[in-house]
Design a protein around this ligand. Structure first.
Ligand SMILES: O=C(O)CCC(=O)C(=O)O
Ligand SMILES: [Fe+2]
Length: 542
């Protein structure tokens, strides 16, 4: 650096200007290798005393005392560039102080403290399975709601091309994804050999990495080269050799010494010479049908459009009414029933519980939530087609459950004392959480549902304990209807015909939650105990 005498007032102003008193800009400008924390991660905002207790300031090595001193020096720099003392201290700081800070014992102690702090909370942080799950959830939302990946990367929820439907969700604040965020989603798809999704997400990653090429982010996992590498191979696997070739050539432009990519380039060139038609071959990539759902299109349409329920005007039998169900319990406060379908019978009871009760039930379940399982042959196990957390609540845990049971008894006229009904199952779906089309009743005699020795699941009462911002409807696939989440309402349907056979028309699903936090509570009522409450009959349609 020039000695003090050679720096003009303007030079000093420029120095001060480039090192404004805003901490993040200051550190990043003065020492680009030091990563400034995002403004939201300031110690006060995070509720901790100094940077060194905070993980928010990862890789931040600057002691707060020095930071405060620097900040004070930057106060009112406008007129003070003429002050020789300040000018001297600025130059000294840039030439010597920072060097001492970076090489200080304090800096290495801070790094150690940062690492120690990280190991303390590490076990509570999301693991790779969580991250993979979150990436899959994004792809699920992309598919089920036909969203454009380009839009998602920008933070908006636009429909993919071809549809002119309005957006399903408009967030108040945009949260665009970074190149590396997109890269990771693409990589998760790539690792599952799902080139349909890897291509869409890696295309976004590549274009974002291109824009910021040369800017290194310590926190990033991938780079432009990584994204080009994975994207080229995805295109090759999808049969598009000419795209694979041009991306691999671009890779070599950035890293000419990579022998593997150089070999790939030769291979792709040879393939194109041997069969030039490959150059033109635009292989239509099929979306993988991971869960082999036969009803996928129907299901997704119902999730997107909230079904096509005929209204009361088309079917007069579908109407709203106050019901007492001959129960003394309901005489003073009848339930508000909205008949949704007669075949299969589906009814929505509005305001079945209060906000207070909903909060209480969620609070009681929260500490017990575990990843939901499904019945598979004789076992219960986790499955990709049901992503949620759930907990069982006995009526002994709180009087609120007792009074809910009383109301369900009054509403249904059924006997729900154990073992004639299961305990209350509280379910929480996070973003992208879903339950693909399924039956609540057992379809095989071996099902674990029969362990209660009270027969099959005759009826379902499902209560919405929350609202959602978008998505999350309950779709009845064959009945061609879907019910939006209505907070505090209870949805009722019969799973079995009067002859005891399962009603195939009750195939239903919980659509993925697009935005929000969805909670439901299930009460499954079994066959036994209802002999005098729901008459049986021989008619297979009844
Ligand atoms: O969440 C929903 O809308 C449906 C849930 C469901 O079908 C179930 O838990 O069995
Ligand atoms: Fe269900």
């Amino acid at each position: 650096l020039l000695p003090l005498a050679f720096l003009s007032g303007f030079d000093l102003k420029m120095l001060a200007y480039h090192h404004p008193p805003v901490f993040p800009a200051l550190t990043a400008e003065e020492f680009p290798q030091l990563r400034a924390p995002p403004p939201a991660a300031q110690p006060a905002a995070m509720g901790c005393a100094g940077w060194f207790q905070c993980l928010g300031g990862i890789a931040l090595l600057v002691p707060s005392r020095f930071y405060n001193k620097v900040q004070d020096l930057h106060q009112g720099t406008g007129g003070s560039a003429a002050n020789p003392l300040l000018a001297y201290s600025l130059i000294k700081r840039l030439q010597s102080d920072w060097l001492n800070v970076v090489h200080s014992l304090e800096a290495s102690e801070n790094t150690q403290a940062l690492k120690y702090g990280y190991t303390q909370v590490e076990k509570d942080l999301p693991d790779f399975e969580d991250l993979e799950g979150a990436a899959r959830a994004l792809m699920r939302l992309q598919d089920v709601y036909a969203l454009s990946v380009k839009g998602l990367a920008k933070g908006v929820f636009q429909r993919a091309s071809g549809t002119h439907l309005p957006d399903l969700y408009s967030p108040g604040q945009l949260f665009p994804l970074s190149a590396d965020d997109c890269f990771l989603v693409g990589k998760v798809a790539y690792d599952m050999a799902d080139y349909y999704h890897s291509i869409a997400w890696l295309e976004e990653a590549v274009s974002l990495f291109r824009v910021s090429y040369g800017e290194w982010n310590t926190e990033d996992e991938g780079s432009l080269e990584d994204a080009l590498d994975h994207l080229a191979f995805s295109y090759f696997k999808a049969g598009n050799v000419s795209h694979a070739l041009s991306l691999s050539r671009e890779f070599l432009h950035y890293d000419p010494s990579n022998k593997r990519i150089a070999r790939n380039v030769l291979k792709y060139e040879r393939l194109l010479v041997e069969s030039p038609e490959r150059a033109k071959a635009e292989v239509g990539l099929q979306r993988p049908n991971v869960t082999h759902l036969q009803t996928r299109d129907l299901y997704e349409e119902l999730c997107q459009t909230l079904g096509s329920q005929p209204t009361q005007y088309q079917i007069p039998a579908l109407h709203c009414s106050y019901e007492t169900n001959d129960s003394p319990y309901l005489i003073l406060q009848p339930v508000k029933r909205e008949l949704i379908r007669l075949q299969p019978y589906v009814a929505l009871y509005h305001d079945f519980i209060s906000d207070l009760e909903a909060e209480k039930i969620k609070g009681l379940a929260a500490p017990w939530l575990q990843r939901s399982v499904v019945a598979s042959e004789e076992k219960q196990q986790k499955a990709e087609y049901r992503i949620s957390k759930s907990a069982w609540l006995k009526d002994t845990v709180d009087p609120v459950i007792v009074s809910l049971d009383q109301r369900i008894t009054a509403l249904t006229g059924l006997n729900i004392r154990p073992p004639y009904a299961e305990h209350l199952q509280v379910v929480n779906y996070g973003i992208g959480g879903h339950y693909e089309p399924h039956f609540d009743h057992a379809t095989s005699r071996k099902s674990p549902l029969y362990r209660m020795k009270s027969g099959n699941r005759l009826a379902t009462v499902m209560i919405y304990l929350s609202s959602v911002d978008a998505g999350g409807s309950t779709a009845f696939i064959y009945a061609n209807l879907s019910v939006p989440v209505v907070k505090n309402a209870a949805l009722f349907w019969w799973n079995l015909h009067r002859n005891g056979a399962g009603n195939g028309d009750t195939l239903h699903a919980g659509c993925p939650v697009l935005a929000g936090d969805k909670w439901v509570a299930n009460k499954w009522i079994h066959e036994h105990g209802q002999e005098f409450r729901r008459q049986c009959g021989p008619d297979p349609d009844d």
